[in-house]
Write a protein that binds this ligand. Sequence first.
Ligand code: SF4
Ligand code: SF4
Length: 382
Amino acid sequence: MSPGKPDVALVRCDSYDRGLVEESVGRTFELLGGVGAVVGEGESVFVKVNALLPVGPERAATTHPEVVRAVIRQIQTVTGDITIGDSPGGPFNRAFLKRVYEKAGFADVAAETGASLGFDTSVVEVALPGGAARKSIALCRAMVDADRLISVSKFKTHVFMRLTGAIKNVFGVVPGMTKFTYHSTFHQDTDFADLLVDVLLAVSPDLHLVDAVWGMEGDGAVWGDPRKIGVVAAGRDAFALDTLLADLVDLDPRVNLPLDAAVRRGLCSGDPGGINVTGDDPGALKVYGFRLPTKKSAIVLLPAFFMRRYSTLMSLRPYPVRGRCTACGKCAEICPGGAIRMKEGIAVVDHRHCINCFCCHELCEHDGIELKLPPLARLLTR
Ligand code: SF4
Ligand code: SF4
């Protein structure tokens, strides 16, 4: 925290009413010194949204288009060279990008504001200085090459990383399916969290704005339950933002595993009391009873030696759901463990090859995968 300079601008925003969102987002920029403090005249700006899947804004899995629209309107006061985009969790090609942008509402925002949509699928190898997980990584060229990168994320739960916001959104600079290969390489949650921090440090967006008007609780990041939080928050420091937002929903910030990794590495304190907040009073905006994913909720109570020996028998597992699974085969295409095949009109998971990345759960557009504890774990954790 630098004395006198706010780490986070926090502004109440009770709904996605256009006028209200414009006012709230405008205020966050003002509180941080205006859009000119982030973007220079005529510079190119990539607005990196959360466009994980082709699902509508009502799911609360993607950044709400009204928030993106309001951010674009702010940036347009200094430059017209703006691209809205992401690398969704699926094939990194024009057809899939178009589908996601249309369904999530970003295509309409682009059409209305005149901003471009990001369809450049070229990649560039970027060094990860001091990387705990890797020394270099392939990233989306368009996001890396823009003069300014602004991350506009969604505050939500995540069955693997528990709670996510500003830090995790930046992992979307990793192109399409490459994200899944990292899930298999870094299948321990702490290793994967380290990788997210490495990518954040390498890319270092010029600004993070988090859409927490409606967030997601429960088993996110796609099929959890929408939950009103009622704020937008922005700042340059992703660690400070995620710390404040976790505290806002009355949780220990270190349940956000990427943030926990940053604290372990001495990159931040994870202490909400150390954050310099400007704008509305966080104490008056507190949300209680926010539900984390069920993963490990009871299992963590078991002794370490038991977990080391029997962890594969005790973890939450993916189970396809008859009636919802359409046997489209997409989860089998992306499964890093090669654990899924189609049989008699439904996906079937071979749990011996499953690495518990939960990508199938995250990416199924039909909510066709449920995460459940296996019978032994259910017995022991009752
Ligand atoms: S679980 Fe989902 S992604 Fe997998 S085959 Fe069924 S419908 Fe397709
Ligand atoms: S079955 Fe699902 S959770 Fe298991 S490795 Fe494949 S994608 Fe990951």
